[in-house]
Design a binder for this molecule. Structure first.
Ligand code: ATP
Length: 439
């Protein structure tokens, strides 16, 4: 059996991952086991109505078999089982889970529209792909759920069933892990030095700390019950890292398998085909050189056979903008990022420089072969003229030298402080291991 839940939180509090802990407790209370790890699935990062990171939860449960592994601490230790042995008796469980959501979700907050889905059959993976790349509507998702024989319940306008169903539909190929600790009502404090120490000691984790900006990335920016979250390549790695962070009391924690840091959101697109509310990877030639606008944002344009698109490295991307400012007309790049509606720009997360245009600058005017003196410019594009004898030379006669670009072909990414949930850090490029689709 699969359970999906989404949209239970508001900007002022709660967090759907926290509610996942209550759902797991209820599942265990009914004598059933969590299979594998609970999942935190990030969906389209450009949906306008997300609270924060557009994350939804999926949990597989039933009667478990095989080994057991620690998945968290929620009113005591919680374990997951390796595999599903039998479905178990799930009759009567759905109303109990609905009750957990009703009690714990921020139902009175406008914009909080929880959705809960329970299904023996996983919805087709196409549903996940659509939800991570496009905007979907509730009816479209409800039709897929009816086909799958799922039971579902929406609160308020019920939009949460979109995320809940899409999270169920995810098949982990490339996947990462995140351990999330919760302070509940308590203080949010971590010892910065312990985070740096953990970052150096736990190479299996990533995006913990931005050394240049002295930014503790594991801390959320919102007033939710989360204390901190550590991301990494393996469950053991993030669990070990958690024990190295000195913080205010951890009241509960949970370990999630996630699609974070996998680039699942990016779709290859032509420059002229970029649409709002999508995330794209576009290859093109720089056609308008970078310019810095008010606020420190850097804009440029690329073109391919399908047209052109504006690209932006916004101020929060910090020193990444220095790389972007060095681009010149004729450079060939692949830009990756989310697309806003207004202005319609690719909001850069990373960039691959494929080819650097050879740019030459004038070092010296030509020398007159008769007089041995440097000639003078005869005016824009008119070539050169010797001031003494009047002899003329073309533009090409000047001594030109290649410009040192200060760039190399390859990947560049925004710093940790500006990293988005789904963006794959360069240190993960090449380590991903797409698993066969077994679910
Ligand atoms: P948090 O990350 O703290 O859990 P959030 O950013 O996930 O919060 P939600 O409150 O879950 O924000 O709001 C996202 C809403 O958008 C949910 O109702 C979800 O069902 C819906 N949604 C997710 N993906 C899509 C999509 N591709 N098209 C339309 N709606 C979507």
């Amino acid at each position: 059996m699969w359970l999906g839940v989404d949209d239970t939180d508001s900007r002022e509090g709660m967090c759907t991952t926290h509610l996942a802990g209550d759902l797991i407790a209820a599942i265990n209370h009914a004598g059933l086991d969590v299979i594998g790890y609970p999942r935190l699935v990030r969906l389209n990062p450009t949906v306008p109505w997300k609270t924060r990171g557009n994350g939804a939860i999926a949990i597989q449960f039933g009667r478990g078999g095989g080994g057991r592994h620690l998945i968290g601490q929620v009113e005591g230790e919680r374990y997951g089982r390796e595999r599903l042995r039998a479905h178990g008796d799930t009759g009567g469980l759905f109303p109990q889970l609905v009750e957990v959501v009703r009690r714990r979700a921020r139902l009175d907050t406008p914009g909080t529209n929880p959705g809960l889905v329970m299904s023996r059959v996983k919805p087709p993976v196409a549903l996940y792909r659509r939800a991570v790349h496009h905007i979907m509507d509730r009816e479209e998702v409800a039709a897929v759920l009816e086909d799958a024989g799922a039971v579902y319940r929406g609160f308020n306008d019920g939009r949460g069933i979109i995320g809940a169903a899409a999270a169920l539909a995810w098949r982990p190929g490339d996947a990462t892990y995140e351990v999330i600790t919760y302070r509940n009502g308590g203080r949010r404090w971590v010892d910065e030095e312990s985070v740096r120490h953990m970052d150096r000691r736990c190479p299996d984790t990533f995006d913990n700390y931005d050394y240049l900006h002295r930014h503790v990335k594991i801390l959320p920016a919102s007033p939710c019950p989360v204390l901190y979250g550590i991301r990494g390549e393996s469950p053991e790695g993030v669990r070990e890292a958690m024990h190295q962070v000195a913080s205010s009391p951890v009241r509960r924690w949970l370990l999630f398998q996630t699609n974070q840091a996998t680039d699942a959101h990016l779709e290859k697109t032509g420059a002229g085909e970029v649409r709002p509310f999508s995330s794209v990877a576009v290859t093109g030639t720089v056609s308008r050189e970078p310019r810095t606008i008010r606020g420190g944002h850097v804009l440029f344009e690329i073109r391919d056979a399908t047209g052109g698109v504006d690209c932006a490295a916004y101020e929060p991307t910090k020193e990444f903008r220095d790389v972007v400012r060095r681009l010149r007309r004729g450079d060939v790049v692949t830009v990756c990022g989310g697309v806003r509606e207004e202005p319609l720009t690719v909001n850069l997360e990373k960039m691959f420089i494929r080819r650097l245009a050879k740019i030459r600058e004038k070092r010296e005017n030509p020398v007159c072969p008769d007089c041995g003196k440097h000639m003078k410019s005869a005016g824009g594009g008119q070539g050169y003229r010797c001031a003494r004898c009047g002899r003329r030379a073309g533009e090409e006669a000047a001594r030109m030298v290649p410009v040192e670009r200060g760039l190399h072909c390859g990947w560049y990414e925004v710093p940790v402080v500006a990293r988005r949930h789904l963006a794959k850090p360069l240190r993960r490029m090449g380590v991903e291991a797409p698993a066969p689709d077994t679910e």
